[in-house]
Design a protein around this ligand. Structure first.
Ligand code: GUN
Length: 291
């Protein structure tokens, strides 16, 4: 293995420390305690773990942290009513409804119900538009985390060839906006891209966000490329015992680490950055809401 392992976990811990300092300053100088409400509907175990981490780390940086756990059969009307209450609550500056929501609830109705001023996920059309034209506001958490790691690793990104695999609203599309803003030449690849390996081969920066375990192979990469693996896939791990599983990314780590210049691990790469950026967004919305 020759690649540098990008320590997202450590970077995120440092970022949360800086955020805690910022929160302390907002409290002492402006009397503002940023508040984040996280809402989960249903009992999906992975979502429960994410939401518990979000609520815990929110409190840890000194913010007001509220968690709403609603039963799986919650109606859309009841969820929208809660969002309406949170929109009106002056102690709350950020609202996050964990996705996916159960089938009886339309995710777009949920997103559209959240006040754009409290939309710390940057999911609402107003904030997606602001991001696209470079106006101040929240920035999608996982893409922002990827951008921070890339800037930290590479410094200036201007002129770099970036290939993003995956065109989701959550990661691929907003990350393309951010990398364009940093003057990268951006290619969006996806499930219908012809000859993905040769598209990836020209990239200085590869971001894999396709949701397919171990899809990107080491021999697809340009030697020295920086690889950001957004994938979090649970796969069977019989070597750990019967019925055991482990987490892998969208990049085949061992082969990629022999070719890449730097690579994020899974877990411990992009994942911790997403939550730290959620907290950073809550500071942004709290500051904007308080003029
Ligand atoms: N589910 C998986 N990732 C996310 C995220 O970043 N935000 C929300 N709201 N739900 C998610």
């Amino acid at each position: 293995m020759t690649a540098t392992i990008i320590d997202g976990k450590g970077f995120a811990a440092g970022l949360r420390e800086r955020i805690a300092g910022h929160v302390a300053g907002l409290k002492s100088q402006h009397g503002i305690t940023p508040g984040l409400a996280v809402v989960i509907v249903g009992e999906d175990p992975a979502s429960q773990v994410y939401v518990a981490s979000k609520a815990r780390l929110t409190a840890e940086v000194g913010m007001h942290s509220v968690k709403h756990e609603l039963p799986r059969e919650t109606s859309q009307a009841a969820l929208l009513q809660l969002i309406d209450e949170l929109n009106r609550d002056d102690a709350i500056h950020g609202i996050l409804v964990q996705m996916p929501v159960p089938d009886q609830i339309d995710p777009n109705a949920v997103i559209n119900a959240i006040s754009p001023e409290k939309d710390v996920d940057c999911f609402t059309p107003a904030n997606v538009g602001k991001l696209a034209i470079g106006l101040p506001g929240p920035v999608s958490c996982t893409p922002l985390g990827c951008l921070m790691l890339l800037r930290d690793q590479l410094g200036e990104l201007s002129g770099k060839e970036a290939v993003i695999i995956g065109r989701s609203n959550l990661v691929g599309k907003p990350l393309a906006q951010l990398l364009l803003r940093d003057n990268c030449t951006v290619t969006m690849a996806h499930s219908r891209t012809a000859d993905l390996a040769s598209v990836v081969k020209r990239a200085d920066i590869v971001v894999a966000a396709a949701g397919r375990p171990n899809m990107v192979k080491g021999d697809w990469l340009k030697p020295g490329a920086t690889v950001i693996d957004v994938g979090i896939n649970r796969v069977p791990a019989p070597e750990r015992g019967e019925g055991k599983t482990r987490l892998v990314g969208d990049v085949e780590f061992d082969s990629a680490a022999d070719v890449a210049g730097a690579i994020t691990p899974v877990p411990g790469g992009v994942g911790p950055m997403t939550i730290a950026c959620l907290l950073a967004n809550t500071i942004t919305t709290a500051s904007l809401l308080n003029g």
